[in-house]
Design a protein around this ligand. Structure first.
Ligand code: ADE
Length: 227
């Protein structure tokens, strides 16, 4: 099977590039790393931060490199106070928190003729849960809210949490989900918590991004062994 593994930042795919021998292909102002792993063809890339960049990379991985499923790996800010730095979290569903068409009577995050919440692939979730069980790792799950903002403000954090019933905030998941859903590609979005999206978020992020990114990336590699 052809599997896309996408991150947003170099730190999010570095642990994979250190473990795998890859062939580099430059395309669309980005680098795509191709390799084989456990009978699968793997395409790895980091998109650069945000919904636009991640949509572009996901589309290229599917349309040009012919990925059949997509796994996203990276870090996120926790909205739910039960989630701690280093915890692993996957999306059951995802929404864009920065979409505002409320002037037309729509709820936040909703665009006509588009999905409001995107749902991750049930089979990939099952594979992730089985992988976690084997490794004795606890996976948390729930709703990811994505937007083109690094959240480090308590009021904004609480608004996103309440408005979308979201557990986690990041900047790419929902846009990747939109691309995959539109192109009928099963997807799974995994995040390890790097910060709590409140007033010390940028300090925690700087401190924990590498450690948390590695946790997520290594788990995705283990997951591929079970696909
Ligand atoms: N990714 C990691 N932490 C984040 C935060 N606080 N806001 C948005 N994206 C993030």
């Amino acid at each position: 099977m052809k599997i896309a593994v996408l991150g947003a930042m170099p730190e999010e795919i570095k642990p994979l590039l250190e473990k795998l021998q890859t062939k580099k292909i430059k395309y669309a102002n980005n680098t795509f790393y191709l390799t084989n792993y456990k009978n699968h063809e793997i395409i790895i890339a980091y998109s650069k931060i945000g919904k636009v960049n991640s949509s572009l990379s996901a589309t290229i991985m599917i349309e040009k490199f012919k990925a059949e499923i997509l796994l996203f790996t990276g870090v996120a800010g926790a909205l739910d106070e039960n989630l701690k730095i280093g915890d692993m979290f996957y999306a059951k569903s995802l929404v864009q928190h920065d979409v505002d068409l409320t002037a037309f009577g729509h709820p936040f995050g909703y665009i006509s003729e588009s999905e409001h919440f995107y749902f991750a692939d049930k089979n990939l979730i099952k594979i992730a849960e089985n992988t976690a069980k084997k490794l004795d790792i606890k996976l948390h799950s729930g709703i990811i809210a994505s937007g083109d903002q690094f959240i480090s403000d308590e009021d904004k954090k609480n608004w996103i949490k309440k408005e979308f019933n979201a557990d986690v905030v990041e900047m790419e998941g929902a846009s990747v989900a939109c691309v995959c859903s539109s192109l009928n590609i099963p997807f799974f979005i995994l995040r390890a918590i790097s910060d709590e999206a409140g007033k010390k978020a940028e300090f925690d992020f700087e401190k924990f991004v590498i450690e948390s990114a590695e946790k997520s990336a290594i788990f995705v590699l283990k997951m591929i062994e079970n696909i």
